[in-house]
Design a protein around this ligand. Structure first.
Ligand code: ZN
Length: 198
């Protein structure tokens, strides 16, 4: 998509430092590379956004962890605003459909007063299962960004790919592996504690 060569790696590594106010970084580039600044700014904004929103999804997953739920969190963003945030509540609600994504989809639809979630980006800490992937297609969500892969239930690549099946009339853009280690570490910790009976 964009060449990472545009910006030095050292600067890309420090992007998170500027999460709350990227102006310093962007204006710096505007000064150094006036003709490329627009492209660089866009690239950095995208990069920062995915990490930034995924961190919020992780914060949701941590809430699930504290409640004894499998730690999965989801955030839905529309026009740079968060319109839904949720975590897995399967145990609390005794509901097999109460996955983070399903709850977030319902919240977002209520907010937009529309079942179509066109032009939304959905951030999830774990690769969505078949139910959630199907719901994302039904909702016509534009982009899915997820962290850790789910080799057992993931339906966006690992087992099947329901969000990019040409037989459906809607497909999502997918970005995977965003903060993958943090997302999977939370899950590993959860199941380790379960095994130990903590
Ligand atoms: Zn699911």
């Amino acid at each position: 998509m964009f060449s990472v060569n545009i910006a030095p790696i050292a600067q890309l590594d420090r992007v998170s430092v500027y999460e709350t106010g990227g102006c310093t970084f962007e204006s710096c580039w505007a000064r150094i590379h006036p003709f490329e600044s627009q492209v660089v700014k866009f690239m950095i904004t995208e990069f920062r956004s995915h990490e930034y929103y995924m961190r919020l999804a992780i914060a949701e997953a941590e809430k699930a962890f504290k409640s004894g739920e499998v730690p999965v969190g989801a955030i839905i963003v529309y026009e740079n605003s968060i319109i839904a945030k949720a975590h897995n509540q399967r145990e609390m609600l005794s509901d097999p459909t109460a996955h983070a994504e399903m709850i977030a989809i319902t919240q977002a639809s209520a907010y937009l007063q529309n079942w179509r979630l066109s032009n939304t980006t959905v951030y999830v800490t774990l690769e969505p299962c078949a139910m959630c992937a199907g719901a994302l297609v039904q909702a016509r969500a534009k982009t899915l960004v997820y962290g850790a892969k789910d080799e057992k239930y993931g339906a966006c690549e690992s087992t099947v790919n329901l969000v990019n099946d040409p037989r459906f009339n809607h497909r999502l853009n997918v970005v995977s592996g965003v903060l993958e280690n943090e997302c999977s570490l939370l899950l590993k910790q959860f199941f380790l504690e379960k095994c130990r009976g903590d």
